[in-house]
Design a protein around this ligand. Structure first.
Ligand SMILES: [Zn+2]
Length: 289
């Protein structure tokens, strides 16, 4: 499931690779993922891409006039490819963009001199693949109100500079349930999903099934510190590991998530794993309390 770190590097890469290019066409092979009329899709043609940003678990593509918002849900993945290059598996839609007529002034430093950038004069395809077709691609024409599930009630991004320790303490007070569920609750803070919730709880030395209402003040603060440590760490790891295949999820460097049966990297205890409802939770029973 793409989470804040995955979407962060993806937004940077698509921004530097695609901004300044105009849409040539949109080809939809899985209409189930699209939230747009065919007229709205056609109206994207000729519009230039101004920016690609992430917020929560969404990617937002701002064109000259209209916007495209993507929520990849469980299995949605995005990547860039040359027209005619071998298709990705489970491709749901492809947006083709033409030669670049202007580069972004604000590209992320880590993308400078990247060897995976498409050539300015070449066309490039932004491909969305989704094996379960649960993700959604919303076209939001200027002046149109389109309901985007989970958009309106999302909390601040988990790495939002405005979410300081005081704001964290204030927000978390309203929640009483299990910590794993709390971290995944997008109306609490946005961007954390099943995998990074496990990593954050391991970093904070807190058990996933602990109730928020049982936390001491210093544990509330430790959870905040872990959020603000794990997300930037993961972003750095992904910058080094993901390019050029942005459409493939990289998780092998994680320390506990899906590492059930392996030794805890901190204390050596065998990592426990449960998967209620198919969602894996992994943790160390010794050093997470
Ligand atoms: Zn341990």
């Amino acid at each position: 499931m793409p989470e804040l770190p995955d979407l962060d590097i993806l937004a940077d890469a698509l921004h530097v690779g695609l901004v300044g290019r105009a849409v040539v066409g949109v080809d939809v092979t899985q209409p189930l993922v699209m939230r747009a009329t065919s007229a709205e899709l056609r109206a994207l043609e000729g519009q230039r891409l101004d920016s690609v940003r992430r917020t929560g678990k969404f990617l937002v593509f701002q064109l000259d006039r209209d916007r495209v918002v993507i929520n990849p849900m469980l299995t949605g993945r995005l990547g860039m490819a040359s027209p005619g290059a071998k298709a990705f598996g489970s491709t749901a839609c492809v947006m083709t963009l033409g030669a670049r007529s202007g580069a972004p002034a604000d590209s992320a430093a880590w993308t400078s001199d990247a060897t995976w950038l498409p050539a300015d004069q070449a066309s490039v395809e932004m491909r969305y693949r989704d094996a379960t077709r649960m993700g959604k691609v919303y076209v939001v024409p200027e002046g149109v109100e389109r309901v985007i599930a989970g958009w309106g009630d999302r909390g601040p991004d988990a790495d939002d500079p405005a979410l300081d320790l005081e704001a964290w303490r204030e927000r978390i007070r309203r929640h009483r349930g299990e910590l794993k569920n709390l971290l995944k609750e997008q109306s609490f803070v946005a961007g954390i999903g099943n995998g990074y919730a496990d990593e954050i709880l391991w970093e904070a030395r807190l058990a996933p099934l602990r109730k928020r209402s049982s936390l001491a003040a210093d544990e509330v603060d430790a959870l905040y510190a872990a959020v603000r440590m794990v997300l930037p760490w993961a972003i750095e790891e992904l910058r080094a590991r993901v390019p050029p295949r942005f459409e493939v999820e990289v998780r092998d460097f994680l320390r506990v998530h899906r590492k059930g049966g392996e030794p805890c990297p901190r204390c050596g205890t065998t990592i426990s794993e449960i998967s209620p409802g198919g969602f894996v939770t992994s943790w160390c029973r010794t050093c997470q309390r």
